[in-house]
Design a protein around this ligand. Sequence first.
Ligand SMILES: [Mn+2]
Length: 393
Amino acid sequence: MQLVEKAIGRNAEAVILAGDIIDRRNRLIEAFGDFEAGVKELTRAGIPVYATSGNHDFDVLPDLLTSLSDYDISLLGENGEWETVQVYRDGAPVVRLAGWSFPDQHVNYDPLEKLDLKFTDELPVIGVLHGDVGRANGRYAPITSSKMERPGYDGWLVGHIHNSDLPSDSDPVVLIPGTPQPLDPTERGLHGPWALTIDEGGVTQLERLPVANLRYEKVTVDAGEMNGLEGIPKIFYAKTEEIIKNSVHSELKLLVVTLELTGRTDIYGDLEGAKEQLAEDLPRESGGTGVTVASVINRTLPPIDLEEVARGNSPPAVLAELLLKLERGQENQIPEELLQKSQEALTETYYANAYRVLRTQGELSPPGKETALEILERQGWKILDCLLSQGKT
Ligand SMILES: [Mn+2]
């Protein structure tokens, strides 16, 4: 609805949707009412909507548009056949759209290979489609970037990738608008629709309209100089305030933060035990924006001089020697048996019944050597810190 308001407020000539508007798996039931209301309002304001379908809605979107035939919304390039339409301002054509829709769930060719539209006028042309820009192959319409540099085309709008992108070196403009809202915690940064200004010469202005009211970010707090946990909230709040301030136009309702703690610090041990407490205590409301903590990652290390400890033959010295090797990336000097045991334990966990669902959905990948080394290093530091503090008392 925010998108509709922006389009009407800016007196837009058209609203363009570049595919995957609906996820076929949940069959639009929840979203349909809102979508219809939005299209209705745009039609009433005289703004046509043009859509191309993507891999998630190649079949659902055409059906949906049939049921919305009372409104000014059309599908471009149905069944993978390129199609062109003119967009009007005050009764005169000002821009041409060339659109292509996903004909199937999987498309393993570059749709641009089939593009052969002929134009008899001099209108600027914007290509609209759904696919994987810059990929040589794949199942989601791999699009070769160089194929977009073709005479007569002034810009491209390509849906599919969730985080927006605007490669600065592309000529003509290739805009990956991204999703209006982030869909999971890895989709950080601003999300929202874009406004394009086009004149006879092509695209003259591109402006992001950050209307997303949900944002994911990672915040890193260096605990290196800290003597206690009380220093963390101050830095955390300063950094989240900064993010909220930079989102000032976006009506941000919720900021979800992954908190990463770094540095060599005396409070290393305390932090490990305080992760859950921090995740519980840090969330707060700030000027209409809720701040929550999705997870706390402790990447701090105890302030131990490994080289110093590694001297001698004591258990801590042997362990410090191992950590030094891990730190230097001398994997081949790690005892084979240790690495093997670590990997075996990880693999066993991976195949545990508790993770069966995630495993079959492809959400978990089998643990590799890298993961084993990483866990060895973390655990090694924990044990060394423990051994040394026992020795002190
Ligand atoms: Mn897609």
